[in-house]
Design a binder for this molecule. Sequence first.
Ligand code: G3H
Ligand code: 13P
Ligand code: ZN
Length: 311
Amino acid sequence: MALVTTTEMFKKAYEGGYAIGAFNINNMEIIQAITEAAAEEKSPVILQVSAGARKYAKPAYLMALARAAVEDTGIDFALHLDHGADFEICKACIDNGFTSVMIDRSAYPFEENVKETRRVVEYAHANGVVVEAELGSLAGIEDDVNVNAEDALFTNPDEVEAFVSKTGIDSLAIAIGTSHGAYKFKPGQKPQLRFDILEEVGRRLPGFPIVLHGASSVIPELVTEINECGGNMPDAIGIPESMLRQAAKMAVCKINIDSDIRLAMTAGIRRTFKAHPEYFDPRQYLSVARDEVRKMVKHKIETVLGSANTL
Ligand code: G3H
Ligand code: 13P
Ligand code: ZN
């Protein structure tokens, strides 16, 4: 058992009409929760690390914890860099032993995106590592943006074939209306995804793995619980799980989830302190947080990803 690339996972997921969950890791409890859920569900998962997570936990700890999870569960996991800003951070992660990196130059013009992505692909592939890149910029749908400007945020299907062939990437993140964080839509706004774009991208890149970022559903019960237990979160709206399940049946092979993990942990910790204000041993509340994340990941595997029993 080992840390592995996503190549086989994505091939099976594409053919099987399901997606692999990519869950953000920041500490031991989160890694244990995700990988224990994967073992219980007999599901592959991707452990992904943002630049912020590297800074928070330090690369050496994250590497050692990911390897410990493989040893503990007897399952292969992919270890992925989330939103690598440039060649240097991608190279550092590849040199550390990551099996997958994302180079995110989606905010740059097409040719500049191609250039830096190609550079990362050459180094990664020479080291047996796979690469995800992004076309289109992820954002919430803004009420006050006119249609043309709004369209400019979404991935343009006319660009995807050239981008994939010029860069040599292994998977492509696209923008179809998802966005990062807990506040994806304005209160009263109806969540919607551009399935027409996803369909067209899938038609132009047959068999090629597509990635959805910003795919938390921001489960309302968790926000309510956080607020009932002393929190003060404004109304938060995410992507309905049924829409994500639909995307997983199409060309989407990787679905990124971070915010729902954050909400699950925070709700668990706040509930624990509300019931037991006398607690001061971190294990008393961190064990609850870990269990809530484990249940959340199992829920995502069963409801959104459809990846249970595929190991
Ligand atoms: O896409 C962003 C992820 O949710 C990671 O967030 O940069 O705060 O660790 P972070
Ligand atoms: P959420 O904020 O919707 O969980 O998205 C996470 C993500 O896309 C990480 O890359
Ligand atoms: Zn993301």
